[in-house]
Write a protein that binds this ligand. Sequence first.
Ligand code: ZN
Length: 556
Amino acid sequence: MFVRWSRYFLPTRKDAPAEASPRLRLMLRAGLIRRLEPGLYGFLPLGCRALEKIERIVREEMTELGALEIRLPRLRPAARGNGLASKDLHLTDGKGRRFGLGSSHASAAISLIGGDVNSWRDLPLLFCCEGSGYRDTVGSWALEFPLYEAFGFFADQGSREETHRYMLRAYSRVLARCGLGFRTAEVPNEASEDGSSLAVVVFEEKGDEEIAWCTSCGYAASRCLADVGSPGPPPGTEKALELVETPGVRTVEGLVEFLGVSPAQVVKTFLYVGKRGTVGVLVRGDHELEEEKLRRALGDRSLRRVDDPDEAQAIAGAPFGFLGPVGLSVPIWADKAVRDIPAAVVGGNREGYHYVGAKAGRDFRVEGFLDLRRVREGDPCGRCGAPLRIRKGIRVAELLRIGAAGLTFSDRDGRVKPVLAGQYSLELHRLLEAVVEKHHDDFGIVWPVEIAPFHVVIAVLRPDVPEQIRVAERMASALGASGLDVLLDDRDRSPGEKFHDAKLIGAPVMLVVGHRALKRGEIEAERRWDGARASFPAEPTEVLHGVWGLLRAERG
Ligand SMILES: [Zn+2]
């Protein structure tokens, strides 16, 4: 099959809006997508072809796993305990019934099979489902995105873990076929049973996800929850607690200067208000507090930092800059590194004063020492102690252990047990973005062969010359019949524009039908990913052989 560019809709652009990320700009310029609204994108025909090729790969791998395809409505009712999440889009119909559009079809899948799963004989089950995800957040592709999900239902943990492993292997095959490598990392996810999920992340300098990664033991997690090891105690020995005057000194830097201590000997005190009241939170002066870790550790998503000076004054009796744990009347939680400081500088809870020589446990009570600090490049890995690296990446898929909303089954022993579930989400737009990010150069996209929207572009330099069109059509028919997707550029454009556009849209092979080569009885070819050039006799069998040779070569 071949397509004539003159009758196709493939509008390329010289420029794209600066507010889009570089990979989105490239996708806009290459005529894959258009932005309809902030956060809302549509696929043009070329983008559809790319997306369909990726979907085909995903479907093949899901079928290989034995997943059964189902279709689910995008709307999910707010009834039957399917509480709508805050990130869902909410809407109400004419009768006042509330619905949500969410980032997963999991609750619909549970409703779909719920009435028909009763016995251990019905389990395990694995379904896959194509759809759209929705998220009420800001971001480049935030509102609605193409999603391919799978859902597993299991009688026991062992069976669920096994499917998790198979699913991860299936995802790794999908990514390999798209020309991508990946890492798995633990990331926060409220929908999951244990508050986190396993994410499939493609490392990319321009990714929007920050991953802390240990090159030694392979541990990887979202930066906001990565386990970090002990940095060791700062210098110093235990001393008696002493209140000293520190007029106007409100910052760690100021204290370092004024008292001649190191930032690691200073303790910062924050106040947070949550559903169980106010708490004090301590981290070392040279560390940053990671709020996600705090919220997870205290099991309170509503925690917010007190940033109003009057509120702080009312709680601690001192303004910001002088807050401290000694004598503070609220429960105090501290980062683990605070425990090891032999003699700390802390706020005096009195304007113009700090304590020196403070020791956790001796001079102030701490409810618990937790991992609360934000990971930095080079911090020790929480698992093995080797330095952690911070890498950026694109999260393309997630594997979660979820509850099955009260679904139960009767086991072999006759007892009624809860069904365990797994949710596996592949965000196709992110996969596409990762491919474009990984496979592009200064001229445009460089598609991996298996997902290239078109394998071959035939640039006809003079479409007004009947011989050139005739030759090009013969080649296109032969290539198309051999299973390749061919775009015949018969537009009335200059050769320069045709070469430019062919590179921009990134077909693996470009054939050039022009006067000079035709006079020699030849067609010229250029391979996109390495610029390798070749000439073939202008005969369908020769060109077919030559093009397949170019496509099959190992890509460096
Ligand atoms: Zn490690």
